[in-house]
Each structure stands twice: as C-alpha cells, then as structure tokens.
Design a protein around this ligand. Sequence first.
Ligand code: FE2
Ligand code: FE2
Length: 284
Amino acid sequence: MIDLKVRRIPFDFEGVDFIWNKNNPEFAITMNKLSFFAIGFEKYICQAMRDAEPLITDPRVLQEARDFRAQEGLHSSAHRKHCKALIAQTPALQSALDRCIALYDELYEAEPLKYHLAYTGGLESIFTPSFKLMLDHKEHLFNGDARVASLLLWHFCEEIEHRSSGLMVYDHVYGNYWYRVSRFKGFMAHVGKVIGAITEEFGKAFPELSPELLNGNSNFKMPFVAKMKSAFGITMSQMPWHNPEHQPLPKYFDEWSGIYDSGADVTRVFGEGSTTGQPLAVAA
Ligand SMILES: [Fe+2]
Ligand SMILES: [Fe+2]
C-alpha cells in the first residue's frame, strides 16, 4: 500500500490555445479530448467511491478510498478549469462537456455499484502502462504550452501513484474477478462512446479541422518496442494475478515527485514557458 498525497496545485489556463502544442497538434487535440473526458469520468469515480465507503470494513482500504477520491476530485476540477478556459473562447465546446457528463450520469443511474467499482478498477489498471508510454516520450508529446503539459504530467503521475486504489476497493467490496473482467470490453465501449461524442462536438466547434487532425493521436510515432511493451502491460493488467504495485514505472514519476517535494512550481513543470526549479512564491 502506498500513502497517497493529496496535492492542491493552483493551475491557471486563461487564454490557453485549443492547439496548445503547435509541434504536435494531433496530440494537443487528443489531450483536449482527455481533459473533457476526465471531468465526467472522475466525477463518476468519486460518486462510486463515496457510495462504496459504507461497505468498506478495513480502515486501510477506507483511507485509500478516501485519498483516491480526493485525488480524482482535484483532477476533475483542474481539467474543468482547463475546459472552461477553452469554452470561454469557443462556447460551442460546452456541448462536449455536457454530453460527457450526461453519459456518465446515465451510466451511474443504469448500473449497480458493483459495475461502477469494476469499471473504475478495470480502467484504472490500464493507465500505468498507457501513461508510462507517454511519459517515457514526453519530449515529443508535451513540448507545447507548459500550463497544459504540466496539468497532464501531474495527472498522469498521480494516476501512477494511485494505480492500485480502484482494484483494491473493488476486490475488498466485491472481489469477483470474472464479473469485472468479463465486462471489460463493455467498459471500453462506453469510453469509446464518450470520446466519440466529445470528438463529434470538437468537429462541430472547429469545422476547419481536418479529419486527420481531429482523429489522429499524435504526429510522433512511438517506437515499436515501447508500443508493444505498453500493449503487453495493458493485457497483463487484466489478468487475475495482476498486482499494480509491481508494474514497471516511468523514470519521470520519481523526477516529478522530486520536483514537487522540493516546493518548485509544478504548474509550469515542462514545455514552453516552463519555470521548473523556480519556487512557487517566485513564479507566482
Ligand atoms: Fe485522475
Ligand atoms: Fe485515477
């Protein structure tokens, strides 16, 4: 068990560009989709964790569930700040946020708590191999506006930090492996539906964007071996013996944690306009 830190970071995104990384516009758009997605998904996780709390009998699991919810709540509100800054410039983007939240609210109404905890645990366990792939190649992906890059780097590092929490809570409360894994495809289909709705609204808000830009993930092509390792990690994360605590972690996780612990400004930790190494009081 890892002690989770609840970090309140004063992100600001006023006037931020939709294409916040001109070096990799496809990646900028993909991460904007993730920003809208995170608001609905993490609100859903927080609801599930809150409803699970009365069913948790082990105080250590209860503490983990509470800290996990606190981290996810802060992620959701930081992404909301980012999306609000985009919506302020392009009001048509509001419908991307509304549809995302509505799809998660509908799911919460339609399914039982067991399903929501399984969805949370299943999805959270694929994040470490996915985000490791991105963090290991951050020079090619996050080399844009430091404010958005730093939001994502913080979020991905905390996802890695709390990589065990979702599964821990599901296993403690329900612990039925087959129930969870047999629904994994359905969870991913739901994620696909939400991302599809966000993409559709992005297309309406920016009709000038080519389908290649709107649907391409990145103009940097990941090295084949790294991609295969990540895909292998994702497959392994769904196996019954999987323990997220034993997963390979990106080097950047320790680096980012060290920067944070030093008191430096992590709202501009990497990218254009980065002030890494500056104490927060000086950067403010
Ligand atoms: Fe998160
Ligand atoms: Fe998470």
